[in-house]
Design a protein around this ligand. Structure first.
Ligand SMILES: Nc1ncnc2c1ncn2[C@@H]1O[C@H](COP(=O)(O)OP(=O)(O)OP(=O)(O)O)[C@@H](O)[C@H]1O
Ligand SMILES: Nc1ccn([C@@H]2O[C@H](COP(=O)(O)O)[C@@H](O)[C@H]2O)c(=O)n1
Length: 177
């Protein structure tokens, strides 16, 4: 059977992990969520050491993204990552999950706790750094996602309500092929 690959991207707090996990369970395919935590384990170093290395040497970023794509190419899967829709060219469906910085900050705050204003400032700063990081690394503008097959305003839906939207888009795309 032909492998099925769905790429899902969005900024921090958009709900990527939640939606991708639900989708992978529903489709009974692998969830590829290869992060610096995974890489630290593979390299036999602590997560903090991994982050330190990545800060001073951008080849770790490239290796991380390369390994995500390699894992996605090897099987049917949902690839959940910041750059999935840009890097997994062969994805059968590319989905972008959108939410405003305010809502994403509120979700991250709910997930992690702490001071809300500090989380809002950190989210803005992370958006800014991520934008610069991917332009520098790959000349990818993470604010240009209009080529995606499906863009979901996640402020309008609960995670479980996003699944049927994705399934519908997949059916529609397949019927057009
Ligand atoms: N559509 C939604 N509506 C309301 N809450 C949501 C929605 N999607 C996810 N959440 C909640 O928001 C929080 C962040 O979601 P999640 O961890 O999936 O985000 P993420 O995009 O993977 O973030 P990060 O990139 O920072 O890991 C979680 O607590 C999750 O339960
Ligand atoms: N080149 C990269 C770098 C990071 N990611 C993923 O983004 C998340 C946040 O990473 P930070 O370094 O900003 O904490 C995390 O899930 C990384 O795995 C990526 O996909 N590609």
């Amino acid at each position: 059977m032909k492998p099925l690959r769905i790429a899902i991207s969005g900024k921090s707090g958009c709900g990527n992990t939640t939606v991708s996990r639900l989708l992978a369970e529903t489709l009974q395919v692998e969830l590829v969520n290869y992060t610096f935590h995974t890489m630290a384990e593979e390299e036999g170093v602590s997560f903090e050491e991994m982050c330190r290395r990545a800060e001073s040497d951008e080849s770790w970023d490239r290796l991380l993204d390369q390994r995500q794509v390699e894992r996605a190419q090897a099987q049917s899967c949902v690839l959940a990552s910041r750059l999935a829709i840009w890097l997994l060219q062969e994805a059968d469906l590319k989905v972008y999950l959108w939410a405003s910085p305010e809502v994403r900050s509120a979700r991250i705050h709910q997930r992690e706790g702490g001071d809300l204003e500090a989380v809002q400032a950190a989210t803005r700063e992370r958006d800014r750094r991520d934008h610069a990081r991917y332009v520098r690394l790959y000349n990818i503008d993470i604010d240009s996602w209009d080529f995606a097959d499906l863009v979901v305003d996640t402020e309008q839906y609960k995670p479980e309500e996003i699944l049927p939207l994705i399934m519908e888009a997949l059916e529609h795309k397949r019927s057009c092929e």
